[in-house]
Ligand binder design. Sequence first.
Ligand code: SIN
Length: 294
Amino acid sequence: MPTFRLTPLSPSLAADVEGLDLTRPLDADTLARLREAWQAHLVLRFRGQVLSDPQLLAFSRELGELDPPGPNPYGAPFNPAHPEINVISNLRDGDRPLGNLGDGEAVWHQDMTYVDAPPMASMLMALEVPPEGGDTFWSNLYLAWDTLPADLRREVCGRVAIHDSTYNSAGMMRRGMKPVTDPREAPGARHPLVVVHPETGRQALLLGRRRNAYVLGLPLPDSDALLDALWAHATRPSLVFRQQWRVGDLLLWDNRATLHRRDAFDPASRRRMHRTQIRGAVPVLAGVGEALAA
Ligand code: SIN
């Protein structure tokens, strides 16, 4: 007997999961079917789930080992009792921010691709949401690859890009970093632009972040032109799902096959989210022949 119902939320990705109580451990069969649903839809939304921090950590650990948040601009965890949980919020205690990313736009990105082994999954749970704004969008990087025009496919196959670690998605410099003016000198991991998903075997673009990205071996203007074309293609509205948050929404996404971004919102309103990540592996280059034949 199915223990949950699945309803797709857009033609390209994301589905609602109904009928589960995430405050309790899931049985092995439910967990296995949840993993299948997650691989098929890339983003799963669970509504009405206000989990305590220990419950959020327990559910996250059902999917794998936790990957702690990257260094935030302020140098100390936002949730000292549970440093594996990141807080995404515009709230402040006087001058002290209580969370990361503020109230501005967070630009399109994959989480932490500036490290060699970026997280495979991320989860975001809404505890306070503004009356409007602050929507989050996900894009499907399998479909971005599948629908990429043949000339662009030939250009990206076998290519590797630098993933700058200097700035976060809100444009803030990470602690200990120096400003970068030439993307060819940006610090950060190097990853293939076309990768094979370790669980599904499907090919996907791996884009990370646009700022200070650089395709190794190309003159800078050619690298910029190629990356601009890839980003425009990968973020077309037909590949995107838009999430309008309610308190108790918990979204789980596959960081290996999706990009996400967030809209700005009114600084006078309150937005507070708790977030976890699951450890991933070093991305694997798609074989050139294999990728072009796909
Ligand atoms: C994030 O990029 O993880 C934050 C997204 C959001 O605030 O909705």
